[in-house]
Design a protein around this ligand. Structure first.
Ligand code: SF4
Ligand code: SF4
Length: 374
């Protein structure tokens, strides 16, 4: 395993981090047996950064890490990253309650890396004004959290302002080769300029960069037929000097093994390999995808529209020219839950970190689903 050190981070961090948000499932629940085997394999390979959040898997991700990792491995051999959700931003009492629940779910006395979850400028202000930031600084001073950072979902323009508000230990940002030229580069360079180590989330863009259409995948296959699309995406992120940990939301043992292979030796992309990535991007420019990462931050539509599912299905159709969901499942929903029930209230667009024009994109996806209906 490749490691990297930074004065603001704990122990040499493994370049590969485990994101516990897309865990294996069985019968509607987290598959503890497979998940535990995955954690054991990652620990054996030297992965020491495990990322979770209060809301992941409907609140069950933290408990999973307790059973699979924390209760089964030596506490000084790994670090856990957790996050204060937005619902703790308006009230210090609520934030304290959430943090107590998190420690109980995790079964830990301290959390190694603790973040304000998915903030932008308004989110930071809310956490600050309700006293949560000052309280978490006290938690850090007492050792209850060991490092204090934030994951960012705000505008590119506000990122520098948030970074400037305090002496952050680290920042978690969305970064991948597909989004680099549309603003992710701004986040990266801003963090580097301030000397804040970067933890990367969404390096394969919610899995999208592992499902490239044939014409986009071809340059990778020609350059190295044995390398997975995920490995190209992860190596691209890890090649950036300001990046310390690349999180991968692994869902099965095969992904674990592929990721371990990728990070078992230092292997930044060569200039020729960078050219391959550029060829992939050129091929993908022509695809009319909806730029949704399926993060579900827009969940909660009052009309019951499952925006992420429909956009994901639309993109599947564009990439693979087929979609069971668009043809069948979508039409089993009650009429109120389909995109044509949208009242254009704007709730979802205000939540979208990708700043998507969701209302217009829904119309496009619904039209395509209607064309495909059987
Ligand atoms: S704008 Fe439409 S899709 Fe978005 S939350 Fe409102 S009703 Fe739902
Ligand atoms: S529409 Fe935006 S908020 Fe909703 S799932 Fe897609 S990227 Fe996330």
């Amino acid at each position: 395993m490749e490691y990297k050190t930074h004065e603001r981070l704990l122990m040499p961090v493994s370049r590969l981090g485990m994101g516990a948000m897309r865990l294996p499932m069985s019968g509607g629940e987290i598959d503890l047996a497979e998940g535990t085997a995955m954690i054991d394999r990652l620990m054996a390979a030297g992965v020491n950064y495990y990322d979770t959040a209060y809301m992941y898997h409907g609140g069950k991700s933290e408990g999973f890490l307790r059973k699979a990792l924390i209760e089964r491995h030596e506490r000084d051999k790994f670090t856990v990253a957790d996050k204060m959700p937005g619902e703790g931003s308006g009230s210090l009492a609520k934030a304290k309650e959430i943090f107590a629940t998190q420690r109980e779910r995790l079964g830990v006395d301290y959390v190694d890396y603790y973040m304000l979850h998915g903030i932008g400028k308004p989110g930071y202000i809310s956490f600050r004004d309700s006293g949560v930031v000052a309280w978490l600084e006290q938690m850090k001073a007492s050792g209850t959290i060991r490092r204090f950072g934030f994951s960012y979902h705000g505008s590119f323009d506000d990122y520098e302002w948030v970074l400037s508000q305090r002496d952050w230990d680290f920042s978690q940002i969305m970064l991948n080769y597909y989004d680099w030229s549309v603003g992710a580069d701004t986040l990266y360079h801003t963090a580097c300029d301030r000397g804040v180590p970067i933890i990367v989330m969404e390096p394969v863009r919610g899995g999208g960069l592992t499902r490239l259409p044939e014409n986009a995948r071809a340059p990778m296959r020609e350059a190295n037929s044995a390398a997975s699309e995920a490995s190209w995406a992860l190596r691209w992120c890890a090649s950036l000097p300001g990046v310390y940990v690349v999180l991968s939301g692994m869902s099965n043992t095969a992904q674990v093994e592929d990721n371990i292979r990728t990070f078992n030796a230092p292997n930044p992309l060569t200039d020729d390999e960078e050219t391959v990535i550029q060829k992939v991007l050129t091929a993908m420019k022509d695809l009319p995808l909806i730029a949704c990462t399926e993060c579900r931050y827009c969940a909660g539509c009052p009309q019951g529209i499952d925006i992420a599912r429909l956009f994901g299905a639309y993109n599947e159709y564009v990439r693979f020219a087929s979609s069971w969901y668009m043809m069948h499942e979508y039409w089993k929903k009650p009429e109120g839950g389909r995109a044509d029930a949208c009242t254009e209230c704007g709730f979802c667009e205000a939540k979208c970190p990708q700043k998507l024009g969701i209302i217009q994109e829904l119309k496009k996806a619904h039209k395509k689903a209607a064309e495909l209906k059987r």
